[in-house]
Design a protein around this ligand. Structure first.
Ligand code: FES
Ligand SMILES: [Fe+2]
Length: 414
């Protein structure tokens, strides 16, 4: 039986409410199938507009086998390209980020405009048609200060994502924010383990003393059931919505993305050790009230986020291999917030740096145990791990639909 059929059979027969079978977390071929079926075909959050504020600013990112560069053009438009030179394939931009009036390949200096068109290629002969050798475009969308790309030749419609998440993001004005800090950690575990760990707070009380000072571990905050019947939360929604901040829990029918504005514990305003603001300057001039809690956004498979009154934090998940995942955390503050005056990086980042490291250790130990031949799928807690069940269900349904679609297409061709 080929791999696709095996995976299909395993997903269709999977025991609902239980974790996945071992190869989904450790096998290289399963990993390759994840990449081809999800990562190379879906919209992926990769960075922020404010990381490339000026024309010629760029950053690079590696998505599985694909190096990609994201550039702001002279017209202010953000574009993404396959970062592989149309001459002989050298990476055009080799640094993590930079600024350049044109993109010049270091190998033989083929030179591309910021819109990707080839403008200079030395001594290629009279007949050489530069128009044929522009950098290849990657689909790119910017929403609320977040840049998404899609590697598919024919990307799915981004409009439903935009329609749902943009109103929630807009009041925070993140397109004009400033990156106060950014770091990347490598977690030695499959990308799905990183997500499974993120989608519940069943582990929080026992592992995250710093985060638990301000973030509620109640499943209503992390989970997927909504929280309309919780008076504390519905009062919070009413107050925020009254101030022009969309807040109610909204999940896309596909289960791929969700937004909700959740209160923090008691009087907390930010993820600090005392719950007080980490940044004196509010994040956005468009938010007229304090104590807005955290606007939670996730979009599978790359990102979860917190947008608070004083700062915002984005998390970007990128798989490296079956058993390695890079998690990039970015702290955003108001563009005019001054380091050393309005905030200091240590206080701003402490809680989530600790939390990230605790989560890394958890994911790595989880992966360790799953490698055992004695591992078998175990039951999730219906009370606390609804979010994980939802993630696994999304993954499973998504893979089944696509693998079946591919099979149908293949047999139609045959
Ligand atoms: S490979 Fe880029 S200029 Fe030759
Ligand atoms: Fe955690």
């Amino acid at each position: 039986m080929d791999l696709q059929s095996t995976v299909l059979r395993q997903l269709k027969n999977r025991r609902e409410g239980f974790s996945l079978e071992q190869p989904f977390y450790i096998d290289q071929d399963y990993f390759k199938l994840d990449m081809e079926t999800i990562w190379y075909r879906d919209w992926l959050f990769i960075g922020h507009d404010c990381e490339i504020p000026k024309a010629g600013n760029y950053f690079t990112v590696q998505i599985g086998d694909y190096p990609v560069v994201v550039v702001r053009g002279k017209d202010g438009v953000i574009r993404a390209f396959h970062n592989t030179c149309r001459h002989r394939g050298h990476r055009v931009c080799t640094k993590e980020s930079g600024a350049s009036a044109k993109l010049v390949c270091p190998y033989h200096q083929w030179t591309y405009d910021l819109d990707g068109s080839l403008v200079f290629a030395r001594q290629m002969g009279e007949d050489f048609d530069k128009a044929q050798f522009g950098m290849k475009h990657v689909a790119c969308e910017s929403v609320g200060g977040y840049i998404f790309v899609c590697l598919a030749e024919e990307p799915s419609d981004f409009a439903p994502v935009r329609a749902t998440i943009e109103p929630y993001m807009k009041p925070h004005r993140l397109w004009e924010a400033k990156v106060a800090h950014k770091n990347t950690i490598i977690e030695k575990g499959n990308w799905k383990l990183v997500w499974e760990n993120n989608r519940e707070c069943y582990h929080c009380a026992g592992n995250h003393p710093e985060l638990c000072r301000t973030y509620p571990e109640a499943p209503t905050a992390t989970g997927v059931q909504g929280a309309k019947d919780d008076p504390f939360i519905s009062e919070h929604w009413a107050r925020c919505e009254g101030a022009g901040l969309p807040s109610e829990f909204t999940m896309d029918p596909s289960g791929q993305f969700r937004v909700a504005r959740m209160p923090l514990i008691q009087d907390a305003e930010s993820y600090t050790m005392d719950g007080k603001r980490a940044v004196k300057r509010p994040l956005s001039d468009d938010v007229p009230i304090s104590h807005i809690g955290t606007m939670l956004l996730f979009h599978y498979p790359t990102t979860w986020n917190h947008m608070l009154g004083d700062h915002a934090i984005s998390f970007r998940v990128l798989p490296i291999s079956a058993e390695e995942t890079a998690v990039t955390t970015t702290w955003l503050v108001h563009k005019d917030a001054v380091e050393g005056v309005d905030y200091n990086v240590e206080d701003l980042t402490h809680v989530w740096n600790m939390t990230n490291d605790q989560d890394r250790a958890i994911v790595e130990e989880n992966a360790f145990g799953i490698r055992s031949p004695a591992y078998e799928p175990g039951p999730y807690s219906a009370d606390h791990e609804g979010g994980v069940m939802q993630f696994v269900e999304w993954y499973s349904n998504f893979m089944i639909n696509r693998l079946q679609g591919d099979k149908a297409r293949l047999s139609a061709v045959a």
